[in-house]
Design a protein around this ligand. Structure first.
Ligand SMILES: NC(=O)c1ccc[n+]([C@@H]2O[C@H](COP(=O)([O-])OP(=O)(O)OC[C@H]3O[C@@H](n4cnc5c(N)ncnc54)[C@H](O)[C@@H]3O)[C@@H](O)[C@H]2O)c1
Ligand SMILES: N[C@H](CO)Cc1c[nH]c[nH+]1
Ligand SMILES: [Zn+2]
Length: 429
């Protein structure tokens, strides 16, 4: 069950230790992942087939499903399941479409005009997790912004299921997104395949998507060793709930368990101003946990989690900003008083009636979010993640006379005379 800490008793080192997660001290995961990446580089498709057998326990005779095969699989869905996926699609689409904003041109000096234009990243790779749970919602979260941005080539990889296929929900989302193929590749091997290319899978410019520690480590390695970029480290799910005496312990426990059921390495942290609330939430966890089909996984994650007792909502926010949670829930009626103090968080859920699950599936926000303190520096996936913002400038005859002398002086002071000359030869005498 949740360990309890008192914020007052924690010194700076304790706090730093408490907010660390998923460390790989002996570099075990790194070394497994490096071997996988090297093997995929060397053996391409054959390595993917071997790893599907080794890790996913599936003997594949081919590496992908095409549009017709996906469409046939999608037929298995019930009408209400299709409707739910379409509702999610529509909300996510609406929220992301509004992110495509055309910026104004700015005249910084008379005759000197600067602006930015968006261009899609041409070749993108989407990783859809499918180890312990298949996540069609992640396919929506990545495919919709990729389509809105206008990416030309979209490569999709997901671990093969025991059936030797992908699941029908994934197939239906492929149909909604007009995706041609889904490749059977999971884990670090999928990331390596999209970063280096294989006989079947095209090398992409940027890889997107969450995953377990193997996937996340592979993404961070290929980011520093290849020309393929990544969205961000989006590893095992986590949630931090700030609760005061106005929170409902039943809701808080349910929210903690919702993220805990993703994996035994997930973390669910409670920060509360009320000791009674901590006790009530722990009692609720004990009630709700055994009722879950994934109780064993969620129980391990809860054992790896904790509660912190603080003396004010401001102190709660201080801890939360240090923790930098993927998901932050403000389970308090006073949420409006503290939202301005949030500095580090992936996505925020306000008030007692906003479960984190709505953001996971259907409210419209993206659920691919930075974990492991990376919310201190990264944002979640958005349309921006799929575009480049290219800067443009134009100088008129009046503009060159206005800006030229400044550039001449600056080039001279850096000792770069060819730079200066490129201006001088244009100046109107
Ligand atoms: N941060 C986010 O935005 C976000 C969003 C959704 C899900 N998630 C997280 O994604 C993760 C999904 O994990 P998952 O495991 O269910 O699926 P996954 O698809 O990420 O990983 C499955 C693959 O991992 C590989 N693997 C498993 N054991 C291995 C081993 N011992 N050695 C090498 N490779 C191995 C296999 O190739 C397998 O196909 C969860 O941790 C979940 O919390 C995060
Ligand atoms: N909570 C996950 C992000 O950490 C996303 C997800 C998908 N399905 C359910 N939840
Ligand atoms: Zn979730």
């Amino acid at each position: 069950m949740l360990r309890i800490y008192n914020y007052q008793d924690l010194n700076t080192d304790d706090l730093q230790q408490l907010v660390q997660r998923n460390v790989d001290p002996a570099n075990e995961i790194r070394s497994i992942v490096e071997t996988i990446i090297d093997t995929v580089r060397e053996h391409g498709d054959n390595a993917l087939l071997d790893y599907a057998h080794k890790f996913d326990k599936v003997k594949l005779d081919k590496l992908y499903l095409d549009k017709a095969e996906l469409s046939e699989l999608a037929n298995a869905l019930q009408p209400e399941q299709k409707e739910a996926l379409k509702t999610a699609y529509n909300n996510i689409y609406k929220f992301h479409k509004a992110q495509l904003v055309k910026e104004d041109k700015i005249e910084t000096m008379p005759g000197v005009t600067c602006w930015r234009e968006l261009r899609p990243i041409e070749k993108v790779g989407l990783y859809i997790p499918g180890g312990s749970a298949v996540l069609p919602s992640t396919f929506l979260m990545l495919g919709i912004p990729a389509r809105i941005a206008g990416c030309k080539e979209i490569v999709v990889c997901s671990p093969p299921q025991k059936s030797g296929k992908v699941n029908a929900f994934i197939a239906y989302v492929a149909e909604l997104l007009d995706i041609d193929r889904i490749y059977f590749a999971g884990g670090a091997q999928a990331i390596a395949a999209m970063a280096y290319g294989t006989e079947s899978i095209a090398k992409v410019d940027k890889i997107f998507g969450p995953g377990n520690q193997f996937v996340t480590k592979a993404k961070t390695i290929i980011q520093s060793t290849t020309t393929t970029a990544i969205d961000m480290p989006a590893g095992p799910s986590e949630v931090l709930v700030i609760a005061d005496e106005t929170a409902n312990p039943i809701f808080v426990a349910a929210d903690l368990l919702a993220q805990a059921e993703h994996g035994s390495d997930s973390q669910a942290v409670l920060v509360t101003t009320s000791e009674q609330m901590a006790e009530a939430v722990i009692a609720e966890l004990a009630k709700q946990l055994p009722t879950l089909p994934r109780a064993e996984i969620a129980g391990q994650a809860i054992a790896n989690s904790y509660a912190v007792i603080v003396n004010s909502l401001n102190q709660a926010m201080q801890f939360s900003n240090l923790y930098a949670p993927e998901h932050l829930i403000l389970a308090t009626e006073s949420w409006e008083q503290i939202t301005g103090d949030i500095i580090n968080a992936g996505s925020v859920f306000l008030g007692n009636l906003t479960p984190e699950s709505v953001g996971d599936y259907a409210s419209g926000t993206n659920h691919t979010l930075p974990t492991s303190t990376y919310a201190r520096a990264y944002s979640g996936v958005s349309v921006d993640s799929f575009v480049k913002k290219i800067t443009f400038q134009h100088i008129s005859p009046q503009g060159i006379n206005n800006i030229g002398p400044t550039v001449e002086i600056l080039a001279e002071l850096e000792g770069l005379h060819a730079h200066k000359n490129a201006v001088t030869v244009r100046l109107q005498k």
